[in-house]
Design a protein around this ligand. Structure first.
Ligand code: ATP
Ligand code: MG
Length: 563
């Protein structure tokens, strides 16, 4: 009894400041969203307090390496201390106030995390941008967002400078110089005070603006609030990522995408887990595998593209140090890639489906059985249905638009709007549903099956064909490393299926005509025969967005322009 009392006391001392059941109830829509919420003061500062009171070793909050021998480990307390300094830099030398917007174009360096927290502390709206943006992209973003400040690296400063003077809104430029990082901090931050009073933010106040991937057109500005972001990712960290304070999560996504916010800030830190980063200039399969062998990463989250590249290697030669949970999202994961990963590592890949606008909507979790190729079931806070063009719910097995029920109230986890585009915001609604723009079906068990983006579906001789199924069939063949399936004009059928195929290295010298026939026969065998690609083109690589998604619309437009 004495031990139990001690444990109970210990538990309360440890977890009382962060009421998990309260946050879980909010996330499941069983409890009202609080009027005020700020992730920095309500969660991060609480973890800092909890960890301080805890005896014994604990994981850092942030563990960063760059593969060149540099390493940074910050505890929650250090993160609090440093981010308060950065907050004072934003409101002091940068003269930024709550509601102002700042464009942050940084690679995966520790300052990005400090800035993300500092923005929350000051109420400044963060707009993350990728370091792969061109001068033109940056110019577009500066004007569209009316950002008052831009923060980037010394490497990118010349690119920024080439367009910065053209924005009448921009007042301040800040450079984070990695080479001159002294005592882990740059000059402005070192000089700033470490005492900062976190602003009190309403749950609905704008917190961040994200430009979408631009997979299908020019990127849209998606605005998120303190509630949708901070609170909205509680379930994701707890159930999809399956995190606890002793876990170390390596989420590989670029700082510019919502997946970085979800997987490198809110998801793991809500659960008190460690965020691990190996900052590689670009994805390197071998280095990724070696890092998993050297560091005690328990949880890996990366794009399907990355898994496709990882399974090209003999994974049995790598002994991962602590890896036990693997995740992916952003694009469909081919069942064959999942099977190869599983057979060689013994680990499943848990796929999630979401959007910049709505966060994670479907997920495979440890609690449910995985059906390879499906997106899993709807997240508990979303009622997902497949609907027709009139907004009526379709029965199981029928293909339609993947949609989320929105009653009188917009779900608190949703984006607040497309900035400056009320027409586009309103166009996402059909009847009582938010329409994702993706096509799919739901089975009797509530699993959702992705067919493709609405614009990517191919209609050939009256049949509707989703590219994902054909790509998944093709990748089963050993000759195929990756493929993209799009529609191509045809005088008789209107359009036909065309596959752009990247060959595996050992097949590159084979006769293309013979290979074409072989691949066509293979697809005919494993899918319905009418779906096979009547046209195949072998290419060295596929066009992709900065976030690594295949740009099928680019290939499709080229096909149609040709005629
Ligand atoms: P844009 O809206 O500018 O064209 P985008 O839709 O690619 O870009 P994101 O919000 O980053 O921008 O991506 C969301 C989309 O990614 C989804 O609508 C869906 O098409 C795709 N997606 C995300 N996860 C998955 C998944 N697990 N399987 C299939 N598709 C996915
Ligand atoms: Mg989209």
């Amino acid at each position: 009894i004495h031990t139990l009392c001690r444990l109970f006391h210990q538990y309360h001392k440890t977890f009382a400041p962060l009421n998990f059941s309260y946050y879980e109830a909010i996330s499941r829509c069983e409890q009202e969203v609080p009027k005020y919420f700020n992730f920095a003061s309500d969660v991060l500062d609480k973890w800092s307090q909890i960890k301080k009171e805890q005896k014994g070793p604990s994981n850092p909050a942030l563990w960063w390496i760059n593969g060149k021998g540099d390493e940074i480990k910050w505890s929650f307390e250090e993160l609090g201390f440093l981010s308060q300094k950065v907050a004072n830099m934003l409101s002091g030398p940068c003269s930024l106030e709550s509601g102002d917007r700042v464009l942050v174009i940084l690679p995966r360096i520790p300052e990005w995390w400090l800035l993300s927290i500092a923005c929350m502390r000051t109420g400044v709206i963060i707009i993350p941008g990728s370091t792969q943006l061109t001068a033109q992209d940056i110019y577009y973003r500066l004007l569209a967002s009316k950002a008052k400040c831009i923060i980037t690296t010394d490497v990118l400063a010349p690119v920024v400078d080439s367009v910065a003077s053209k924005s009448q809104f921009l007042k301040t430029k800040v450079i984070v110089s990695e080479s001159r990082r002294d005592n882990n901090l740059s000059f402005l931050v070192r000089a700033a005070s470490a005492i900062h009073n976190c602003v009190k933010t309403k749950s609905q106040d704008p917190m961040a603006i994200y430009f979408t991937s631009g997979t299908t057109g020019s990127p849209k500005m998606v605005e998120h609030s303190y509630g949708s972001f901070g609170l909205g990712f509680f379930l994701l960290g707890r159930y999809w990522m399956d995190l606890t304070p002793s876990d170390i999560l390596w989420n590989m996504s670029d700082t510019a995408w919502v997946k970085a916010a979800a997987g490198s800030i809110f998801g793991p830190w809500f659960q008190g887990s460690c965020v691990f980063i190996h900052a590689m200039p670009q994805f390197d399969a071998r280095e990724t595998l070696n890092t998993l062998c050297r560091y005690p990463v328990t949880t890996l989250c990366t794009a399907p593209t990355a898994y496709r590249m990882l399974v090209q290697h003999d994974l049995t030669r790598y002994a991962f140090k602590a890896l036990k949970h693997c995740l992916t999202a952003g694009e469909p994961l081919n069942p064959d890639v999942m099977a190869q990963w599983k057979s060689q590592t013994g680990l499943n890949i848990y796929e999630g489906y979401g959007q910049t606008e709505i966060g994670m909507a479907c997920a495979n979790t440890k609690e449910t059985k995985i059906k390879p190729g499906s997106l899993g079931k709807a997240a508990p806070h979303y009622d997902i249905q497949i609907i027709d063009e009139n907004g009526s719910v379709l029965p199981p097995g029928k293909e339609g638009d993947i949609a989320i029920k929105v009653d009188a109230k917009w779900p608190f986890t949703f984006f607040t709007r497309y900035v400056d585009d009320p027409v586009k915001t309103a166009s996402t609604i059909r009847g009582n549903f938010y329409v994702t723009g993706d096509r799919g079906s739901m089975d009797e068990d509530g699993y959702i099956w992705f067919m493709g983006r609405s614009d990517d579906v191919i209609i050939s001789s009256g049949y509707r064909i989703g590219p994902f199924e054909i790509e998944s069939a093709l990748i089963e063949h050993p000759a195929v490393a990756e493929s993209a399936v799009v529609s191509s004009p045809d005088p008789i059928r209107g359009e036909v299926v065309k596959a752009f195929v990247v060959l595996s290295p050992s097949f590159k010298s084979q006769d293309p005509k013979k290979l074409t026939r072989e691949l066509q026969d293979y697809v005919r065998k494993v899918t319905a025969p009418y779906k096979y690609p009547r046209k195949i083109e072998f290419v060295q690589q596929l066009p992709k967005t900065i976030s690594g998604k295949i740009r099928r619309n680019e290939l499709k437009n080229k096909e149609w322009r040709k005629t």
